[in-house]
Design a protein around this ligand. Sequence first.
Ligand code: RTP
Ligand code: MG
Length: 139
Amino acid sequence: MSIERTLVLIKPDGVARNLSGSILARIESKGYVLAELKKVNATRDLLEQHYEEHVGKPFYEPLVEFMLSGPVVAAIFEGHRVIEGFRSLAGTTDPTTAAPGTIRGDFGRDWGLAVQQNLVHGSDSADSAEREIKIWFGE
Ligand code: RTP
Ligand code: MG
């Protein structure tokens, strides 16, 4: 068994709607361990690093603006296969069609805004997790 780490962000929509506790509780209930937790106001510089892979896509600028619109909760969760486990718990990107039972499927919907407000972010691979954890929490 190998213990993995992942970066979870509760995006500004989740924080503004007071869903942080409910979201963290679901991750803990599934059995993952909360290792680090903080509330942060992201900077443009930090978000440019975090969303490096999306630079140039049509949703990139609205996404960065959305992520700057309010505080974010950043967490590190640990556990065997936590990266895929959390992404499964989060549900697919579009909250309108994300499966009921998932975080995005239960708490989210399309508000008709320029970018998907979908409550959470989770790293998509071991390499991204280590890269993103450095960006949000340092070495
Ligand atoms: P995340 O990175 O936030 O965990 O979500 P994801 O892997 O499901 O989605 P990704 O493709 O990495 O996109 C990052 C975030 O950009 C916003 N997005 N909007 N067409 C759109 O309007 C669009 N596509 C992506 C979402 O907030 C998505 O989570
Ligand atoms: Mg992604």
